[in-house]
Write a protein that binds this ligand. Structure first.
Ligand code: 6R9
Length: 661
């Protein structure tokens, strides 16, 4: 169906895409179906009949030192346990078993650096480096259960560090490189990290940020933190090193023993903590464990992307610091023995065609990217990707936020040449692995819909008030059955875990935090967050987190942050700010507030728009009504204002906005 509509009839791309918006469904092509790993829809019924049997079968694809006794222990919901009694090691599954099977020479990562560097790292090399660094960590006193912080850019050492932790059973806590050093400190403090692995400097678009020096300025004296390991990457001179605390990565590796057998760990041993944003200003430490997590990411990576490890070149264009990077740059692809592309830099440096240049050169066959990136490429024009040979591509994925049909179609036509199926995958840091997605050899896709749950996953849309399942219509998305890669708790906050996800509809139903629509065919359309979480370019932020950064500015009395719809980034941060006393809002102050946010959270959290407000709309109980602020920011007619303590606030806000324009 897609191919006929895509045929070039001399009309412009724009006209063709508009015409295609009428097409509701895209069936898998016969050619794709015939070669797909899964092409029989019976897989859904089989998994629904016996979810535990299905997941056990997926777990069998891993190497276990000891087999499990129980697939699912649901004796204490919502604290579910998977594959209890089983022992395995994630690093063993990602490295040793491939090397032992004679696949050591296979490239694990085609790493491509900003300045044109190429480094192809094989499985055997990773195996060697991981063992050395695992021993180095042990030499530094890291023991099973100790938390290791990782704050690194997109370089192979980030994978080495993560797998070395997994090898010895030290849970890692990776902080995305775009977060500020202050955020790193906060996360190291919460998780009582013993070691932090960081870098001399990180390169971004031809500039180098002195990461180690900045970390030093903010880290202060953290009682738990004993060692800072520094990777030499940007080769900066004069990197400050504190005697007795700081060591060089290459030096500790060189001094460590070469062999480090993988530790057999309980299936429920913590693998990592990853902080993400929730409704309040304090980030949530999502805890994932060993056996279930690896089962989930390996199975979804294989089936959702139809991975053939001997032939495919996989490229997940996320950052390792987010869950997408954990699951689909590191753990899923390595467990499956895949060859991946790892791109260090930005999509527009050294030029706007760099992604396509890398895809052409590495002959990438599978690409997984965020809608915000696709919309950006759309804006830059189809002429850019069209200069490159993208004929090796055979499947495209989308993740992080809803993809609008126009961007979906552009991706399909311009990048996928009309021949690649698109998998729009919905999931979260909490779910560990993809939950709602097409299976490319089975599912007919509808642009904008993540379609249906992965086999072994059960989802419903339920009424906001009564929690009753909605057959067709809009409501709240819930997952109604435990799955192996689910978060086990919030690190050191069991109560908050239960409260956040299982208080509203009971311990059997996981509250996702997204609103969704179910159509008559049972397809799910994700609408967006129901809590105060904003999704900027696929980066999750809490409004409360940004607000507390803004009010840290001495001239600010109060701030309310909302996510405003944005053509490029999906949502953008818009802040309503009330200043102290008679202070006037100026451009200078806008820059200062942006700087405070960059310092406390990260540059990506800086407000795109600041609106000065004499007062903010509040309910009688003093709650800020963000819904009204969203209406104002997006230029809509105001909703109900009768519950406001002082309805006149809205009129004056509206006139302030007009004055500013
Ligand atoms: C993997 C990841 C999770 C939130 C999630 C939802 C949004 C992710 C989506 C999507 C629509 C998709 N989201 N994928 N919305 N369609 N395919 O992004 O994890 O950073 O924890 O964000 O992202 O709102 O609840 P995370």
């Amino acid at each position: 169906m897609a191919d006929t509509a895509a045929g070039d009839s001399g009309t412009s791309l724009e006209q063709r895409l508009d015409a295609m918006l009428e097409i509701e469904r895209f069936d898998p092509s016969q050619q794709f179906r015939e070669q797909a790993l899964l092409s029989d829809p019976a897989v859904y019924e089989r998994a629904a009949r016996d979810p535990q049997g299905w997941w056990a079968e997926q777990a069998e694809a891993l190497d276990w030192f000891e087999r499990w006794d129980t697939v699912l222990d649901d004796s204490e919901p919502p604290f579910y346990k998977w594959f209890t009694g089983g022992k395995l090691n994630v690093s063993y599954n990602c490295l040793d078993r491939h090397v032992d099977a004679g696949r050591g020479d296979r490239v694990a990562y085609h790493w491509r650096g900003e300045e044109g560097e190429r480094r192809d790292v094989t499985y055997a090399e990773l195996h060697r480096d991981v063992q050395r660094f695992a021993n180095a960590l042990k030499d530094l006193g890291v023991q099973q259960g100790d938390v290791v912080g990782i704050y690194l850019p997109m370089i192979p050492e980030v994978v080495v560090a993560m797998l070395a932790c997994a090898r010895i059973g030290a849970p890692h806590n990776v902080v995305f490189g775009g977060f500020s050093a202050e955020s790193v400190k906060e996360r190291m403090e919460f998780s009582e990290a013993k070691v932090l692995v960081t870098v001399d400097g990180a390169r971004r678009k031809g500039k180098t940020a002195p990461i180690k020096a900045t970390v030093d300025e903010h880290m202060g004296d953290l009682a738990s933190l004993k060692t800072v390991v520094v990777v030499r990457h940007a080769r900066l001179d004069g990197v400050p090193m504190t005697a007795g605390r700081d060591v060089w990565f290459d030096e500790v590796c060189a001094a460590a023993a070469a062999d480090c057998p993988a530790e057999p760990l309980d299936a429920e041993h913590p693998l990592f903590i990853l902080y993400t944003s929730g409704s309040t200003a304090s980030p949530k430490g999502i805890l994932h464990t060993t056996g279930g997590y690896l089962t989930g990411v390996a199975a979804t990576h294989r089936y959702v992307f139809d991975l053939k490890p001997d032939e495919d070149v996989w490229w997940c264009a996320a950052d390792v610091g987010w869950i997408t990077g954990h699951s689909y740059i590191v753990y899923g692809p390595l467990a499956n023995g895949a060859t991946s592309v790892m791109w260090e830099g930005a999509p527009d440096y050294p030029h706007k065609g760099i992604w396509w240049e890398v895809a052409e050169e590495t002959r990438a066959t599978l690409l997984y990217a965020a809608p915000t990136a696709i919309r950006t490429f759309m804006k830059w024009g189809h002429e850019i990707p069209e200069r490159y040979d993208l004929s090796a591509l055979r499947l495209l994925g989308s993740v992080g936020e809803p993809i609008n049909p126009k961007a979906w179609l552009w991706y399909h036509q311009v990048i996928g040449g009309g021949r690649c199926p698109i998998v729009d995958t919905w999931w979260q840091t909490e779910t560990g692995a993809i939950m709602i997605t097409p299976l490319p050899g089975i599912t007919s896709t509808k642009p904008g819909s993540a379609t249906t749950p992965f086999p072994g996953v059960a989802a419903e849309v339920v009424g906001e008030g009564d929690g009753e399942p909605i057959d067709s219509g809009q409501g709240l998305l819930v997952l109604t059955q435990p799955w192996p890669s689910m978060l086990r708790t919030l690190y050191k906050e069991d109560e908050r875990f239960v409260e956040t996800y299982f208080a509203r509809f009971g311990k059997e139903r996981y509250l996702v935090g997204d609103a969704a629509r179910r159509d008559r065919d049972g397809y799910l359309w994700i609408i967006g967050r129901i809590d105060d979480v904003v999704n900027v370019s696929g980066h999750r932020l809490s409004t409360a987190e940004v607000e507390s950064a803004i009010v840290a500015h001495e001239k600010v009395a109060e701030a309310a942050v909302i996510g405003q719809s944005d053509e490029d980034t999906g949502q953008a941060i818009c802040a309503f700010v009330t200043l102290n006393g008679e202070i006037e809002g100026t451009d200078e102050l806008i820059a200062e507030i942006g700087a405070v946010v960059a310092e406390r959270i990260g540059k990506f959290a800086r407000p795109k728009r600041i609106i000065w407000a004499d007062d903010l709309p509040k309910t009688r109980s003093g709650k800020i009504m963000r819904r009204l602020l969203r209406d104002i920011a997006e230029g809509r007619a105001l909703g109900d204002v009768t519950t406001l303590r002082d309805p006149s606030v809205m009129a004056s806000l509206e006139s302030q906005i007009k004055d500013a324009q």
